[in-house]
Design a binder for this molecule. Structure first.
Ligand code: C2E
Ligand code: MG
Ligand code: MG
Length: 774
């Protein structure tokens, strides 16, 4: 436990006060006790003085009596009575008497004290002095109270001898029963004084008086008071006693200074001094307390100030952190407002702004600006297959590559999911633009690494140049986008400059879209059938149903052109249903000629409405009465890429209907072997692009071989698409490809023509090739 200095001072003050109080009380009590015992002692002393004096007077009274009855006295009076003359006996007896009187005024050698009497006289009753120890000294007989000796034979009194009071002891002398004289003895004051002073300590202030009716006989006085001072005056602050002296009419009056008065340490003065001393001590304590209080206040203030300082610095720190935080968040906000969160590239808005300022600068300097619209090929598939995290990784790496391919001053922005914008100011020539685009393409030749897997991703780049391709940011962006779209149309992985004919393509797409709605509602489509041939027998074992549209305004439009538009505007569901129903009816009809199957193309868009699609297939089969086993549902890899559990379930349910499933255009999309295992396919169709240059390209042959081998391993039958030459047929045949389809056998044919062909083949049982073009 710790004491504060204030508490320590308070406790110290309290203890000191208590000590002083105790000291004063004890001193007072001591003094009182001392006074009491002193008083007792002095009372005893005065008593003893009085006793001694009593004894003394008794003794001298006896002496006087003895003298009065002494034989010398008696002899004298006897001689006197007998009438004896002085010359004869009387004179001698008087001489004896006087000798006796003188004897008593002589010092006693043995006792070494002075004589008790200064003078002894025998005064006759007739007032004559009969005998005198000191006959030369004057004596007034009138002072002898003769009358009083009638009542008592002895008397003591005091008379003034000059200015000195002397005590007389008198005794009557009787002869024959009559008073004849009085013995008068003057007491030796010296003896009296010595008798009393012998017991007294002279150091002490005191006074002793023997008081008689006639005056005071001062024995000693060391008080320094006047002998004449009244006792009431003296008694203040002194101890006063009075005592009657036995056998005398006298009193002893005594004054003593109290012992404590002289012993400073127990005196009232001492107490007063102590108390007085206590005043500065208490004052000191008070000031110490005040100083301490002031200190305390100062310390408290100091503490408060330091606390406030600490608090203030904390607040400052908090404020600083808050300001920093705000500044950072403002910077972040500003950064976020102009940058893409994922790649850190400039975002669309800021990209637009930069393009605008580049145009503004170019306009002033009469320069050209190159605008590149860059889109990754098949990014959506990658994203869906490998997950968004991998997709994000790919975008980040792409951003890095794009940045590294151009100058720091060039603008690289991300303007959409996998769309990037580049703005290259001060373009020297179209040649430079080509160089830049080629450079960019080259950066994509190196593989990407996603989750430690090597990946190749290509891009499609569209370019527009200020000022020839547009004078505003909007126009330039739109035109670069169109050019990019053209690259996609042309099979991706390339770059293209904008030219105005591209806009015509766009217009055509718009026209197709409009006409397609009309054609769909009016069912203005026709289904053509392309034979699928068994390569062993060269017999038609099936047909692929392919849509044909001959618009009165647009003319013949290829399904490769209108199907993607139908997929975008949603008409594909109606168109697809039409194709399925038509094909099923047609093939069901032809079952009588030969039990052939029909392959119908399904768009992945149709698979979005799974229940509906299942119903459509079931109803098509029901209505046409076509055995389910004769229907082949062709789907492309794109469906598999976007697949989910529902897709797998739907394909299984389609399969459960007894329908065959084929994977179309195998090898063009994002092929993954796992799909083949996962989905219940029975056929695989090798894309015709593999066969296009197969004859001249050994690597294509290898690929085809590999696909066939893999399909076999997975227990899938293989259909080769785009068989155009005999070499193709033979190669495939020799490599155990089961089925083939292509112009070599027949182009897609209208139903009537296909029917004729089928009938012809059945009738003649002729193997292909049949020249239908004739
Ligand atoms: P696909 O399913 O791969 O159909 C085969 C395409 O290859 C057909 O083009 C056909 O005419 C063509 N072809 C066949 N043999 C050869 C050949 O030896 N050489 C060449 N160069 N081409 C050959 P088509 O009819 O223009 O169809 C194009 C695509 O349109 C089809 O490709 C298919 O994906 C789609 N399509 C056609 N009809 C439909 C349909 O009813 N529904 C859906 N969803 N898509 C359809
Ligand atoms: Mg097909
Ligand atoms: Mg195909």
């Amino acid at each position: 436990m710790s004491f504060s200095s204030r508490n320590a001072i308070l406790i110290g003050g309290f203890l000191l006060g208590a000590y002083l109080l105790l000291m004063i009380t004890v001193t007072n009590a001591g003094q009182n006790r001392l006074k009491e015992s002193q008083s007792n002692e002095l009372s005893l002393k005065v008593n003893s003085y009085s006793e001694s004096l009593g004894y003394f007077f008794n003794s001298i009274k006896k002496d006087v009596r003895d003298i009065s009855s002494h034989k010398t006295t008696f002899t004298f009076f006897a001689n006197l009575a007998s009438g004896m003359s002085m010359e004869y006996g009387l004179g001698s007896s008087l001489f004896q008497l006087r000798r006796n009187l003188i004897f008593h005024t002589k010092p006693d050698v043995r006792e070494q004290t002075g004589p008790y009497f200064d003078r002894l006289l025998l005064v006759g009753f007739n007032s004559d002095v009969i005998a005198d120890s000191h006959p030369r000294l004057p004596f007034d007989t009138a002072t002898i109270p003769f009358a009083q000796f009638e009542q008592s034979e002895q008397k003591i009194d005091a008379v003034f001898k000059g200015d000195q009071l002397v005590i007389r002891v008198m005794h009557s002398v009787r002869f024959n029963g009559e008073i004849v004289g009085v013995i008068v003895g003057y007491v030796n004051n010296e003896v009296l004084t010595r008798l009393l002073t012998s017991q007294e300590n002279v150091d002490r202030g005191s006074r002793l008086d023997l008081t008689t009716d006639d005056g005071i006989y001062p024995i000693w006085n060391s008080l320094g008071t006047d002998a004449s001072e009244s006792s009431s005056n003296i008694s203040f602050n002194t101890l006063y006693f009075d005592q009657k002296v036995k056998g005398t009419p006298f009193y002893l009056h005594a004054w003593f200074q109290p012992v404590s008065e002289q012993q400073i340490i127990t005196s009232t003065w001492f107490t007063a001094a102590l108390s007085f001393l206590a005043v500065p001590v208490v004052l000191g304590l008070y000031y110490a307390l005040r100083i301490n209080n002031t200190n305390l206040i100062l310390t408290t203030k100091f503490d408060q100030t330091s606390k406030q300082k600490v608090e203030l610095s904390k607040q400052n720190a908090r404020l600083k952190t808050e300001i920093d935080r705000r500044r950072t968040s403002e910077e972040e906000l500003a950064y976020q407002a102009t940058h893409d969160a994922l790649t850190g590239l400039t975002n669309r808005k800021a990209g637009d702004e930069k393009l605008r300022s580049a145009i503004y600068a170019a306009e002033r300097k009469q320069e050209s600006v190159l605008v590149l619209f860059i889109d990754l090929d098949n990014f959506k598939q990658i994203n869906d297959t490998l997950g968004h995290l991998a997709g994000d990784q790919l975008l980040k790496q792409t951003a890095e590559r794009l940045k590294s391919a151009v100058r720091k001053t060039d603008v690289v922005a991300r303007i959409g999911g996998d769309e990037f914008l580049m703005v290259i100011p001060n373009l020297q020539s179209q040649g430079c633009a080509k160089l830049i685009a080629s450079n960019l393409m080259r950066t994509f030749e190196a593989p990407f690494f996603l989750d430690q897997t090597e990946f190749f991703v290509s891009t499609s780049i569209g370019m527009a140049i200020y000022p020839q391709d547009g004078e505003t940011a909007e126009d330039l962006l739109a035109h670069a986008d169109t050019a990019m779209y053209q690259v996609k149309e042309d099979g991706r992985n390339g770059f293209s400059f904008y030219d105005s004919s591209m806009n015509q393509d766009v217009q055509r797409n718009i026209d197709i879209d409009a006409r397609l709605r009309h054609a769909t509602s009016k069912k203005l489509f026709e289904v053509y059938y392309q034979p699928i041939v068994d390569l062993k027998t060269c017999q038609i074992i099936g047909a692929e149903a392919l849509l044909r549209w001959n618009d009165e305004k647009l003319g013949i439009v290829s399904p490769a052109e209108f199907i993607p538009i139908a997929e975008k505007n949603g008409l594909i569901n109606t168109i697809g249903k039409f194709a399925l129903n038509t094909a099923c009816h047609q093939i069901a009809e032809w079952q009588g000629i030969r039990p052939i199957s029909v392959a119908v193309n399904f768009s992945s868009v149709q698979f979005r409405q799974s229940e509906k699609l299942l119903g459509i297939i079931r109803s098509a089969l029901d209505k046409s009465k076509l055995p389910a086993s004769q229907l082949d549902v062709e789907i492309t890899e794109s469906l598999l890429i976007h697949h989910n559990d529902e897709t797998v379930a739907l394909l299984n349910r389609i399969k459960e209907l007894g329908v065959q499933l084929s994977i179309d255009d195998f090898g063009t999309g994002y092929s993954a072997l796992s799909y083949l295992q996962k989905f219940p396919f029975s056929k695989l169709k090798i894309d015709r692009s593999f066969l296009q240059d197969m004859e001249s390209t050994p690597s294509s042959q290898e690929l085809v071989n590999a696909i066939i081998a893999m399909a076999k391993a997975l227990n899938l039958r293989v259909v080769a698409e785009g068989v155009e030459t005999d070499w193709d047929r033979e190669y495939l045949q020799s490599h155990k490809c089961e089925y083939a389809q292509g112009f070599y056998f027949s182009k897609p044919l209208p139903a009537a023509e296909f029917e004729a062909l089928l009938i012809e083949q059945v009738a003649e049982l002729q193997p292909y090739p049949i020249n239908l073009r004739s």
